[in-house]
Write a protein of this length. Structure first.
Length: 398
């Protein structure tokens, strides 16, 4: 069928298979250009072995590419994506096509790549992955936890029954009003973000905090497939003061605080094995997750304009290549123990320029002060659209 983008709010309901393959190819080229480095914690012969949980889009996909081509790593990926349904004219999800494209290119380049599609939160998925590690790897040296989902199913310990838990994007303390970019109209409007109650905060922590990451690491260790001196990472964001009420100090921020506490607990619990757990604070980028957060799209548009003008802009893949080839091997952390990949974003020169235009930018001036075209280009390219070397009039197999 001929695949065109169909956008609803902050999501695109179609994905282009050839466009997604082009996205993956370009990311691999960035990693190849950087070149390979030695992984300092390697404890066995053969290639570094990595597990990436949440491996199909955004930072997770970029992480898989960065470790595969930065270390020559063998990788196992876990993601929950939808395959195409031609009988209903429904394309697969972008992550489905991304995963196929990555596996094909990695294998062509002589790299081991295996992927599992299903619920990364579930015990069943953990067991499937463990069996694959036993059969093909023996043990894993790197575990990347980049699972970004709005909900998960948990078992109620009181009743033994399964229940769905959903996260919320709300403030804590009091409502917060600020400016945002309406992605449907490209208009700048005011938005008021409501306050999360205690149950909503706890639900958000359950979904987006460190609980499942911790379960994965313990499951891998108990099965004997977590290597000595292994490293595990999860991702977070802090951002500028204008986004703190909705992010750093909001319901999602409470989950990210729990994630960081989990990293410290994992490093302590597995200190006898030499295992290190880190949280990497990454830059604000257009992702399927960030597009849903009020206020953030406007900030990203202004940020892109400033960082591109200063020559310091990075996309997902540039961030992850720098993380895995520079900061992680050197264990570069701040005083609190975070790896700061947002160092370029949070530089005074960048933040001061963003603040100068924050109060003045309007719907009429968004293209002058913000990189609205760059925002939308990144948005569409997440789903395989707007690549200049892809023929979108072509009938493709979905």
């Amino acid at each position: 069928m001929i695949v065109e983008p169909k956008v609803k709010g902050f999501i695109c309901t179609t994905a282009h298979p050839k466009g997604c393959a082009e996205s993956v190819r370009r990311q691999i080229e960035v990693a190849k250009k950087k070149g390979r480095v030695e992984w300092p914690n390697k404890t066995s012969d053969g290639p570094v072995k990595a597990l990436v949980i949440g491996s199909s889009t955004g930072y997770g996909l970029a992480s898989r590419i960065a470790v595969a081509y930065g270390y020559g790593a063998s990788t196992i990926g876990v993601a929950f994506e939808k395959e195409g349904r031609p009988e209903k004219n429904r394309t697969a999800s972008a992550g489905w096509y991304n995963t196929i494209a990555f596996e094909e290119q990695a294998k062509a380049d002589g790299l081991y790549a295996k992927s599992f599609n299903g619920d990364g939160f579930s015990d069943e998925m953990k067991q499937q992955v463990i069996e694959a590690i036993k059969a093909d790897f023996g043990q894993v040296d790197i575990v990347v936890y980049s699972l970004a989902a709005p909900r998960r199913t948990v078992v109620d310990p009181a009743t033994g029954e399964s229940k769905a838990v959903t996260s919320v994007l709300k403030t804590t303390g009091e409502p917060y009003t600020n400016r945002t970019l309406n992605l449907r109209t490209n208009e700048i409007t005011e938005v008021t973000v409501p306050v999360a109650n205690d149950d909503e905060i706890q639900a958000t922590i359950t979904v987006m905090g460190g609980d499942d990451w911790e379960k994965w690491i313990h499951a891998l260790d108990e099965a004997g497939v977590l290597a000595d001196n292994a490293v595990t990472l999860a991702y977070s964001y802090i951002g500028p003061t204008m986004t703190h009420p909705i992010y750093k100090d909001g319901s999602i921020g409470q989950a990210k605080k729990d994630l960081f506490e989990t990293s410290k607990r994992l490093s302590e619990d597995f200190s006898g094995k030499g295992v290190k757990a880190y949280v990497s604070v990454n830059k604000a980028l257009v992702t399927q997750s960030s597009a849903a957060i009020p206020i953030v799209p406007l900030y990203i548009s202004l940020l892109y304009k400033v960082m591109k003008a200063q020559g310091v802009h990075e996309g997902c893949i540039e961030q992850m290549v720098r993380l895995y080839t520079e900061k992680l091997p050197a264990a570069q952390t701040d005083a609190e123990g975070y790896i700061r990949m947002d160092d370029l974003e949070m530089a005074d020169s960048v933040q001061n320029d963003v603040k100068k235009v924050w109060d003045d930018v309007s719907t009429e001036t968004i293209k002058e002060y913000g990189d609205i075209d760059g925002y939308w280009e990144d948005f569409y390219q997440m789903f395989g659209f707007r690549y200049d070397n892809v023929d979108y009039t072509e009938d493709v197999e979905i």
